[in-house]
Design a protein around this ligand. Structure first.
Ligand code: GDP
Length: 314
């Protein structure tokens, strides 16, 4: 995974020095922990997460019984793997929460450029592929061209799109509004989209919402209003794995703002340091449900904390 390749190399180096040891002294463990700590901080994992993570590893490594099956280095790797799985999932590895009575309503939230619209297409495609009948709803009326973009994404995925009629040109031109200007009511669009899904028997509604470049209260209220109007089964917070240390603040703001139910890490294919995104589950206590790994429709996977931990430690 490109976003973690440097972290993977650094961690593997940290373990290398332990391999020749028959038994680990406290100094050996502390030396390794120091390297793990540096590797995590350099990868942009949030300080508060690094602190508790390394403290747990130290405590467990020091208390480790001599094992017949594993040498000391393997034991430390096993502990790090388990703790990383915990950081990534807080013990939760759950699938998408579907409504008992369809339609299932999934709302996407996050900063502008996080990858929401792209994700709407991927999610729609993936759901369709597994036998569902999804529909996308264009409730991002903030960004010029956002509705058109969703329509393009929907067409590519072979998934219908419900969009507000007013202001949307059928010739695909920029249409909805001038920059910074809002036209139409995104809450009404979301509500009408759900209503249409109910009438036409679409079983999953994916609502794309507006994002801004930074967290802002108007945006948050709009997202909250949409949430309260349609009562989603899932509110997915989409976060660009490359945004660095801002990830934690942004995630906390969205958690307070809309109380999201799950996280999607996007752009894990990027070569920037993806560690900040690793902090998000830990600081919000919300599970990561999906990972987005490219611009293509199929560059998308269900997230499993244990598998991701093993890949990072590979
Ligand atoms: P939105 O503003 O949150 O709706 O973000 P978009 O879906 O428009 O994505 C912003 C940009 O990031 C677009 O150029 C996408 O093609 C790109 N993008 C989205 N997801 C990924 C991903 O997983 N990997 C890469 N490399 N690019 C992505």
């Amino acid at each position: 995974m490109a976003a973690f390749s440097s972290l993977t190399d650094r961690l593997s180096n940290a373990f290398k020095n332990l391999r020749s040891k028959g038994k680990l002294s406290e100094a050996d463990i502390d030396g390794t922990i120091r390297e793990i700590r540096r590797a995590l901080l350099d990868a942009d994992v949030a300080l508060e997460v690094v602190r508790s993570f390394t403290a747990r590893i130290r405590e467990r490594a020091l208390g480790t019984e001599v094992s017949e099956a594993l040498n000391p280095a393997q034991q430390v790797v096993k502990i790090v793997n388990e703790e990383l799985t915990d950081v990534l999932g807080r013990g939760v590895d759950r699938p998408l929460n579907f409504a008992k009575n369809p339609p299932t309503i999934i709302m996407l939230a996050g900063l502008q450029g996080a990858g929401k619209t792209t994700l709407a297409g991927k999610l729609g495609y993936w759901l369709k592929d597994s036998g569902h009948t999804p529909i996308l709803v264009a409730a991002d009326l903030q960004r010029p061209n956002a509705v058109t973009q969703l329509q393009v994404v929907g067409e590519r995925a072979g998934v219908p799109v419900y969009a507000p009629e007013k202001g949307v040109q059928s010739d695909g031109g920029d249409a909805v509004s001038a920059p910074g200007e809002t036209t139409g009511d995104p809450v009404k669009v979301a509500r009408d989209g759900v209503e249409l899904a109910r009438r036409k028997m679409y079983d999953v509604v994916i609502i794309d919402t507006a994002g801004r470049l930074g967290v802002d209260e108007v945006l948050m209220k709009q997202a909250r209003d949409i949430r309260d109007a349609v009562n989603p089964n899932e509110i997915l917070f989409v976060i660009d794995a490359m945004i660095g240390q801002d990830a934690v603040q942004t995630a906390k703001a969205f958690d307070e703002g809309v109380d999201f139910t799950g996280v999607v890490l996007s752009k894990l294919d990027g070569d920037a340091r993806g560690g900040a995104a690793l902090s998000v589950a830990s600081v919000t206590g919300k599970p990561i449900l999906f990972a987005s790994t490219g611009e293509g429709l199929k560059d998308f996977e269900v997230f499993h904390p244990d598998r991701m931990a093993s890949r990072i430690l590979d």
